[in-house]
Design a protein around this ligand. Structure first.
Ligand code: AHR
Length: 539
């Protein structure tokens, strides 16, 4: 009986575009979720919930760096509200300085007395609107970046310059960051510039997008560069090297890059060439469509969510290729750029290139992406949203003294309990939907999610992408586990286009959701177009 009602309701959701305008659910559908918390899987690396900030548009300058003399509340020149919010979500890492900017960046330009630092060319200059400049002031360099990391409590992840730098320049940067005080001249220089204690940077990106702005190489050519960059690197902290991975959002998933790179390392692997992380990039890329961040219909809603979850296939496809060369999977993914990328038109202002309106749609996309990352916790060392502030898939928007959290921010806040938990498989019994896309239609999970356990708390996150119907959800524990109590929060809005603006910063936010707990079962109703995070105390 229940299944029949479910199927009826799902077919309402599948009747096409006309059905989306104004059709209200007659009743909620039912879903069953089975979880056995006593058989947890791999740990979820907290770094999966990581960040990326680049010298691009308004990301660093204004977004993060307001300067020490700014009227905007700051800590040593760094926007205070940004620091506070990043602490609130437990931001585990920050990738910097790019992006495409990284392969044109020379780290020495960003050290020493602020007034004496050179003004240099910024890669993004060519994307600035007519009459606007992107000249790099170098006011924000490695010391300022490390100050930010320490304020937030985040691990630094530094992308080195392979595209226009040299192995020597990279090695000097590593020594400057990590050599103990008093040992090398470079360590003395760091001390003289204000930081006696080494930065102990562990995560090093060996270039960025070396198939494009990072050097236009083939996978094989890059393998040669990679070997040269890492072979003589000074070791003070055991480095974690991240090699450039594929452009996962290419039409063919860019599997040729992964083949070419790993094949290029084959005959030298015995000499100790290590690839700790492999940087897969996946943008939910709508740049070539009419879709922008703010204006969309039901087709646009589902198209973005559907293309977003395609990342799971890309992860599996590249993992399978890597298995051929590395059957034990010593190399993990570092998904160091992911997020939605719309065509322009909703920027915060002319200097804030690549910024875009973030709506409820992006928040659901964030949640569905995180659930995929959790489910592949065995494969992923780190992931970094592109980019944290004033950019594509941002958590924050800031212009001068104006600041707001975007709807995507709240997905990070909701998913925080997963950080450092152990993934627990969840069997979700709920039918797929047929949804309209920009062209044609496709199948999309009617309810998706993931679960993790930490101590005696089971966290379950769930997304209902339907624009029509709510879902009565029963989470049932198996394996003899019992529940003591349950709490939940929900992220939703009546209007799919809802966003937070400087004038209305709290339009989209979290609200409590009622959960009934009885024995081994927790029951709640997940409204349409909603993300829910459930926290269950095991008895
Ligand atoms: O995030 C914006 C840009 O996208 C990055 O600089 C680059 O790595 C990617 O193509």
């Amino acid at each position: 009986m229940m299944a029949r009602r479910r199927n009826f309701l799902r077919s309402v959701a599948a009747t096409g575009v006309a059905a989306f305008a104004g059709v209200r659910p007659l009743q909620a559908a039912d879903s069953e979720i089975e979880i056995n918390p006593s058989t947890p899987g791999p740990p979820i690396n907290p770094h999966i919930y990581g960040h990326f900030i680049e010298h691009l548009g308004g990301v660093i300058y204004d977004g993060i760096w307001v300067g020490r003399n700014s009227k905007v509340p700051n800590v040593d020149g760094i926007r205070k509200r940004f620091v506070d919010d990043m602490k609130r979500i437990g931001a585990p890492n920050l990738r910097w300085p790019g992006g495409c900017f990284a392969d044109g960046y020379h780290w020495r330009d960003g050290i020493g007395a602020a007034g004496k630092r050179p003004r240099t060319y910024n890669y993004w200059e060519h994307r600035m609107p007519a009459g606007r400049r992107a000249t790099e002031s170098n006011a924000f360099g490695i010391h300022e970046f490390m100050r930010l990391c320490r304020l937030v409590g985040a691990e630094p992840y530094v992308a080195a310059n392979v595209g226009s730098g040299s192995p020597q320049e990279f090695h000097d940067w590593v020594s400057y960051c990590n050599a103990p005080a008093g040992t090398l001249s470079l360590a003395d220089e760091r001390t003289a510039n204000g930081d006696r204690e080494p930065f102990n940077v562990k995560y090093w990106g060996v270039g960025n997008e070396s198939w494009g702005c990072g050097g236009n190489m083939t996978g094989g050519e890059y393998a040669t560069q990679y070997r040269q960059y890492i072979s003589q690197v000074p070791v003070y902290v055991r480095p974690y090297f991240v090699a450039t991975g594929p452009r996962g959002h290419s039409a063919d998933g860019d599997v040729g890059w992964t083949e070419g790179f790993f094949a290029g390392l084959q005959n030298v692997r015995g000499l100790g060439v290590r690839v700790d992380g492999f940087a897969l990039h996946y943008y939910t890329d709508f740049r070539q469509t009419a879709e922008d961040g703010a204006r969309f219909d039901a087709k646009g809603w589902y198209a973005v969510l559907h293309k977003g979850v395609h990342i799971e296939k890309i992860i599996n496809d590249h993992w399978a290729i890597m298995a051929k060369y590395d059957p034990q999977h010593r190399t993990k993914f570092v998904l160091d750029e992911w997020g939605n990328w719309y065509r322009g038109g909703t920027e915060l202002g002319p200097d804030y290139i690549l910024s875009q309106t973030i709506t409820l749609r992006d928040a659901l996309h964030t949640a569905m992406t995180f659930d995929i990352f959790n489910r592949h916790a065995d494969k992923i060392e780190m992931a970094n949203v592109a980019q944290t502030i004033n950019c594509l898939h941002s958590l924050f928007a800031a212009v001068g003294d104006k600041y707001t959290r975007t709807p995507a921010y709240y997905a990070f806040e909701m998913y925080r309990p997963h950080l450092g938990g152990r993934y627990v498989p969840a069997r979700i019994d709920f039918p797929e939907m047929t949804v309209p896309l920009l062209e044609g239609s496709a199948r999309l999970a009617g309810l998706s999610g993931s679960a993790s356990v930490r101590d005696t708390i089971l966290t379950v996150t769930l997304t209902n992408p339907s624009l029509q119907e709510s879902v009565v959800t029963r989470i049932r524990l198996t394996g003899g586990a019992r529940l003591r109590e349950g709490r939940a929060t929900v992220l939703t809005h009546e209007d799919t286009h809802a966003t937070n603006t400087f004038e209305r910063p709290d339009e989209v936010g979290l609200a409590p959701l009622a959960v009934q707990v009885s024995g081994d079962t927790a029951t709640m109703t997940i409204s349409k177009q909603a993300v829910v995070a459930v926290s269950l105390q095991l008895g």
